[in-house]
Write a protein that binds this ligand. Structure first.
Ligand code: ATP
Length: 186
């Protein structure tokens, strides 16, 4: 059974993508599945370089060590086939009505989902001011924060929903409530 709705989340580093999508997943429990496009990238990379996959997937120093190399390699793969990682991530996804894609980064990611799932797509931008992101551990890294993988969606404006997760943000329950509004027809 294909999904009935696919929520695509995007946001700058330390805007709170994992925080909000993890909490959404808790709320929706077994009706939903979290999909990470970075998962197939990281598992391929871990195999190739003989690295610890769990360390790469978790939020630590370790993944920062390999971020630049991984971006470069995955960009080359995408140049040949922009849907390659989206496709594998979706093929591996469980059979659930609600898919939560937690790390959309490019216009071509959105394009691929639109081409393959059409009206099922809802796109959500998580925003947070720089000061808040810095408090959460963000440090500008040249080669990471000034390249396509981090900036391609900065000028995208066609979001179904924008959530402030910085200063002046709403309570978590209200943030999640606005996301649930996108599912109200289900
Ligand atoms: N609304 C919030 N309230 C409290 N803590 C938050 C909130 N949003 C995010 N955080 C915390 O800020 C840190 C960074 O958030 P998170 O890992 O979700 O960001 P991210 O956008 O997934 O970052 P990255 O792109 O680097 O993986 C985490 O420790 C998270 O728990």
């Amino acid at each position: 059974m294909p999904p009935r709705i696919i929520l695509l989340f995007s946001g700058k580093r330390k805007s709170g993508k994992d925080y909000l999508t993890d909490n959404l997943k808790k709320l929706l429990s077994d009706r939903s599945e979290v999909i990470k496009i970075s998962q197939p990238i990281k598992s391929h990379w871990a195999k190739e370089k003989n690295l610890n996959l769990n360390e790469l997937l978790s939020d630590g120093e370790y993944k920062e060590l390999y971020r630049i190399e991984m971006i470069k390699w995955s960009d080359e793969m995408r140049d040949q086939d922009y849907g390659c990682f989206c496709r594998v991530a979706c093929q591996n996804a469980a059979d659930k009505p609600i898919w939560i894609v937690s790390d959309i980064r490019r216009k071509t990611d959105i394009l691929w989902f639109k081409e393959n799932y059409g009206d099922l797509i809802r796109s959500i931008r998580i925003s947070a001011d720089l000061e808040t992101r810095k408090k959460r551990g963000f440090q500008f890294t040249s080669g990471v924060d000034d390249v396509t993988s981090e900036c391609d969606l900065d000028d995208y404006t066609d979001w179904d929903l924008v959530i402030n997760n910085g200063k002046g943000r709403q309570q978590l329950e209200e943030q999640l409530g606005s996301i649930l509004g996108l599912l109200s027809h289900l």
